[in-house]
Design a protein around this ligand. Structure first.
Ligand SMILES: *[C@@H]1O[C@H](CO)[C@@H](O)[C@H](O)[C@H]1NC(C)=O
Ligand SMILES: *[C@@H]1O[C@H](CO)[C@@H](O)[C@H](O)[C@H]1NC(C)=O
Ligand SMILES: *[C@@H]1O[C@H](CO)[C@@H](O)[C@H](O)[C@H]1NC(C)=O
Ligand SMILES: *[C@@H]1O[C@H](CO)[C@@H](O)[C@H](O)[C@H]1NC(C)=O
Ligand SMILES: *[C@@H]1O[C@H](CO)[C@@H](O)[C@H](O)[C@H]1NC(C)=O
Length: 174
């Protein structure tokens, strides 16, 4: 009886510990995601004002172009295609650590893809066709081992196609 009571207490304690950990993870994670999205927005000129509602009046998971995971409310997709957006890609996108899809085709993004992109270990799709991205393909992209689709046609990239792309075993579309 006593032993099972103790076991029960341990069980409850584990649950409490786990939920504290979870809440903590959620709180730090969601604030980082919101901050990263606002930093991303800060570098963009948005003549159609599609990102006007990217403000704290609604949760960032409901901002146009943003998709979150249901469970943890972390950003998994950023889809802002053909919206006349102009600007550079903020290095802060490297902090959207749950991001799987980055789709920004048919806009006027310029400058280089930031090296911070390599921090996105879950990234599967990069769709940047028809922008004005310049410079080389960042070497840190080699860390995105889940990368499956990488569309960059219609940009101003220079340099060679890096050899590491051949080692990204999931890569199907380049
Ligand atoms: C982050 O998560 C905490 C805890 O669940 C919540 O209180 C807070 O409102 C969330 N903040 C944002 C910006 O989603
Ligand atoms: C914030 O977003 C709401 C829509 O969610 C919009 O009506 C409002 O104008 C925005 N506020 C600012 C200051 O842009
Ligand atoms: C996010 O990214 C920026 C720029 O890459 C960096 O300075 C910052 O420390 C990162 N972390 C958080 C939690 O915002
Ligand atoms: C490329 O993007 C521009 C907007 O920046 C758009 O007007 C044009 O139709 C796009 N071209 C193609 C081939 O998708
Ligand atoms: C690029 O990758 C290297 C090696 O993993 C790392 O040390 C560096 O911090 C990364 N740079 C950025 C900007 O994330």
């Amino acid at each position: 009886m006593e032993a099972s009571g103790l076991l029960f207490l341990v069980y409850i304690e584990v649950i409490i510990l786990l939920s504290c950990f979870n809440l903590h993870g959620l709180a730090t994670g969601n604030e980082t995601d919101q901050q990263s999205l606002l930093q991303f927005k800060a570098k963009i000129t948005d003549q159609l004002k599609v990102m006007e509602s990217w403000n704290s009046s609604i949760h960032f998971c409901q901002w146009p172009g943003v998709t979150c995971s249901h469970k943890h409310h972390r950003v998994t997709k950023l889809e802002l295609e053909s919206l006349k957006l102009s600007g550079s890609l903020s290095p802060y996108i490297g902090n959207l650590s749950f991001l799987k899809e980055l789709k920004l085709a048919d806009n006027s993004f310029y400058n280089q893809i930031p090296q911070e992109i390599g921090r996105l270990r879950r990234l599967e799709t990069i769709q940047l066709t028809n922008n004005s991205i310049s410079g080389e393909i960042p070497s840190n992209l080699s860390a995105c081992s889940k990368l499956t689709i990488f569309r960059m046609r219609g940009n101003l990239l220079t340099g060679e196609i890096p050899a590491f792309l051949g080692h990204l075993s999931n890569l199907k579309v380049f």
